[in-house]
Design a binder for this molecule. Structure first.
Ligand code: GLC
Ligand code: CA
Length: 538
């Protein structure tokens, strides 16, 4: 049964780090992070030990949605740098064996993309059908669809007197994946990046690509919020079965290259929809390599809930498929803020680090997570996110989780020598990378240690996962392969814990506790990794 010969595969065995380029490091003082900034911080990424970076979009964009509105899929946005900067980034990262993942925003383009400019110019333009155009129905909107970012999903365009569909902002018209020429054009753009050396793609809102052919009205339902958008059951504007055909073609394209990876953002409103996410893995080989399940972004701090969400997600992965895990990203409050608990937030962050890096599945780390960055407090006048501007004060938008990386205790946390595009979180003087590099027991060095251990230990990467304690007592524990036993005390109380083997040793503990014998005491919020000795030699 030993599969220990499985070859290292970067996106299965490695750790992936998400960079939000605007906020990582600014090399030229304009207050906006850039490609040269990322290059300058390569030593840090190497120190941390990650294997790949996923860059939120850096293509040409008017920035209505900060890059998630692309104007030219083949060019680099000048705010972020030049084409040469980007080629240098690929070269330098590849030299250090760090892979580069691009964000593919393919549900929509920017309204300033030339395709759209042509498409809107006349009803007979050859690219007319590359977007979704409709005439008014009985003098009104074509149907009842709403935009996720507020208002109707249909925007009236004077030039031709028709409406176009936009699932997000009106500056983000949805492209028509049912049109073969459009599909070919998008695939050509993807090929362009594959040929230029991109190792993988994160597919933005992959479950939204195809819309109902008849554009039927969504039925209404009781939603999780009083917003009309959330009171519709989105069976016609999302999750259409035809999307899977697109992904099968996409997969064939990727499979022409060696070791290229895809991960899908399957976005549905809280609390995450793991079953839906797993559908995008197809039979485990014919669609996406991985898909995000956002369940853990919406749960309360509770060992049992974590157990349920994680085990459910893992069970849904088709055989031959591979899971991944994510705790934070550029759209959701940071984990340190979500799981905030006075005096114990750092302990909780440690538990999360051990969990993320010992689960079966590829870990995704969001920049700043490794130093426990909190959401920033942004005053109304400093808001940048269009969503925050629209829904303030009910929803403050996504700026809080996008504040600049906290490099050191210096002006603007060492992120820029200019004025940062978003204010730096005020806690930077006590929470920053420079400080944590020098503290042996910092959260940062915990991430570093765990990433290293994971790299060394086959069973922490590929070993099967079997749950032991399922959270009833506040403890979550599991085996990885027959070698590692991981126990996490989610509680603020002391717990007795019986390792499943008498002959075992503690490899690691957040408390650096004594040797395990028959039973052990787990301190409040302690996480331990135990190694079973006898199996090791068998
Ligand atoms: C995805 C992105 C988000 C963006 C949206 C529209 O959810 O993660 O940042 O605003 O798609 O492209
Ligand atoms: Ca800059």
């Amino acid at each position: 049964m030993s599969i220990s010969n499985d070859k290292w595969l970067w996106w299965k065995d490695g750790v992936i780090y998400q960079i939000y380029p605007r906020s990582f490091y600014d090399s030229n003082g304009d207050g906006i992070g850039d490609i040269r900034g990322i290059i300058e911080k390569i030593d840090y990424l190497e120190y941390l030990g990650i294997d790949a970076v996923w860059l939120s979009p850096i293509n040409r964009s008017p920035m209505d949605d900060f890059g998630y509105d692309i104007k030219d899929y083949r060019r680099i946005e000048s705010i972020f740098g030049t084409e040469a900067d980007f080629d240098e980034l690929i070269k330098k990262f590849h030299d250090k064996n760090i892979k580069i993942i691009f964000d593919l925003v393919m549900n929509h383009t920017s309204s300033s993309h030339l395709w759209f400019v042509e498409s809107r110019s006349s009803k007979t333009n050859p690219k007319r059908d590359w977007y979704i155009w409709q005439k008014a129905r009985r003098g009104k909107y074509p149907n009842n669809w709403r935009a996720a970012f507020g208002g109707r999903a249909w925007e009236y365009d004077k030039i031709t007197g028709e409406y176009y569909l936009h699932s997000f902002l009106k500056q983000q018209p949805d492209i028509n994946w049912r049109n073969k020429e459009l599909r070919d054009a998008v695939f050509e753009d993807i090929k362009f990046w594959l040929d230029r050396g991109i190792d993988g793609f994160r597919l933005d809102v992959v479950n939204w690509f195809i819309k109902d052919e008849k554009l039927r009205n969504n039925p209404y339902m009781i939603g999780y919020s009083p917003r009309v958008y959330d009171m519709q059951n989105h069976i016609y504007d999302r999750n259409r079965p035809e999307t899977h055909d697109v992904l099968k073609d996409f997969r064939k394209l990727l499979d022409n290259y060696s070791e290229r990876m895809s991960v899908g953002e399957v976005f549905s409103p809280p609390p995450g929809d793991p079953r839906l996410s797993s559908e995008f893995l197809g039979n485990g080989k014919d669609q996406l390599d991985m898909a995000f399940d956002f369940s853990l972004m919406y749960v309360k701090w509770n060992a049992k809930t974590f157990y349920k969400k994680i085990s459910n997600w893992l069970e849904l992965i088709p055989s031959g498929g591979w899971p991944c895990h994510v705790l934070s990203n550029h759209d959701q409050p940071r984990q340190a803020s979500r799981f905030y608990k006075k005096n114990y937030t750092d302990e909780r962050c440690r538990i999360l680090a051990v969990l993320l890096l010992t689960l079966k599945g590829t870990p995704f780390i969001y920049y700043g997570e490794e130093i426990g960055m909190r959401d920033g407090k942004i005053s109304r006048s400093k808001l940048r996110d269009p969503l925050g501007k629209k829904y303030w004060p009910f929803f403050k938008g996504r700026d809080p989780e996008r504040t600049p990386m906290q490099w050191k205790n210096a002006d603007n946390a060492g992120f820029t020598c200019g004025v940062p595009w978003l204010p730096v979180n005020r806690d930077y003087w006590k929470r920053n990378i420079d400080k944590q590099i020098h503290e042996k027991n910092s959260l940062l060095n915990l991430y570093k240690y765990l990433i290293e251990l994971r790299r060394k230990e086959y069973n922490l990467r590929r070993g099967e996962i079997v749950f032991l304690e399922k959270g009833d007592s506040g403890v979550l524990s599991y085996m990885r392969g027959d070698e590692f036993e991981i126990a996490l005390n989610f509680d603020n109380g002391v717990k007795q814990y019986f390792p499943r083997s008498h002959d075992s040793e503690i490899v690691f503990s957040t408390e650096m506790f004594s040797k395990v014998t028959e039973s052990k005491i787990l301190q409040p919020y302690e996480a331990v990794i135990i190694r079973h000795n006898q199996q090791r030699n068998s």
